[in-house]
Design a protein around this ligand. Structure first.
Ligand SMILES: *[C@@H]1O[C@H](CO)[C@@H](O)[C@H](O)[C@H]1NC(C)=O
Ligand SMILES: *[C@@H]1O[C@H](CO)[C@@H](O)[C@H](O)[C@H]1NC(C)=O
Ligand SMILES: *[C@@H]1O[C@H](CO)[C@@H](O)[C@H](O)[C@H]1NC(C)=O
Ligand SMILES: *[C@@H]1O[C@H](CO)[C@@H](O)[C@H](O)[C@H]1NC(C)=O
Ligand SMILES: *[C@@H]1O[C@H](CO)[C@@H](O)[C@H](O)[C@H]1NC(C)=O
Length: 137
């Protein structure tokens, strides 16, 4: 599946049925956010870190891309998309995908966690509380 199509699909189909598993999701922390618009589009970049939690591995990576398409971050298990809401607000969506070997069943499960935050061009740091959690075995 292409990354460009993965994020909207996950977010649109799963926000309807989202349910957090046992344990609280860790809050993701984005820093060094910049958004620069030119006639060719708006370019964003930010660093993001997530502590490991009971139900998800931690990560630390760097994301950059052009609005509004979903783009893989430096660690491509994380995908980001920034899209305009109403001026001057922008919505930043971030999705994390990871795999867990299920030894008892000799198979691999895939999990996704995603969340978003609203920012403006002057925002430099923000938090994302993931609100979508999904897995397939
Ligand atoms: C990146 O963000 C950190 C934490 O907010 C801050 O201390 C640092 O100065 C920022 N670096 C740049 C280059 O903006
Ligand atoms: C943000 O990510 C870049 C690229 O990985 C790194 O060089 C920089 O130190 C990071 N900044 C912070 C504040 O973590
Ligand atoms: C965004 O995705 C669409 C559909 O895949 C594509 O046509 C368009 O060129 C992409 N835009 C950028 C800036 O990559
Ligand atoms: C990318 O993130 C995953 C967590 O999803 C982590 O296990 C892996 O070590 C990271 N890869 C790199 C190169 O940092
Ligand atoms: C972002 O703003 C939109 C439009 O006002 C709102 O529907 C959405 O809930 C907001 N998202 C967050 C994470 O605050």
């Amino acid at each position: 599946m292409q990354l460009a199509t993965l994020l909207p699909m996950i977010l649109s189909t799963l926000s309807l049925t989202s349910a957090l598993p046992n344990g609280q999701a860790a809050t993701w922390r984005a820093t060094n956010f910049t958004l620069q618009c030119s006639p060719g589009g708006c370019a964003y970049r930010f660093n993001i870190t997530a502590p490991a939690s009971e139900n998800a591995p931690g990560f630390q990576t760097y994301c950059e891309g052009i609005t509004p398409n979903a783009t893989a971050c430096a660690n491509n298990t994380i995908t980001a998309a920034v899209s305009p809401v109403t001026n001057p607000t922008w919505n930043v969506k971030v999705q994390h995908e990871w795999h867990v070997i299920e030894e008892d069943y000799n198979s691999e499960a895939t999990y996704w966690q995603a969340g978003s935050a609203n920012v403006t061009e002057t925002t430099t740091a923000f938090l994302i509380k993931p609100d979508v959690f999904y897995g397939v075995a």
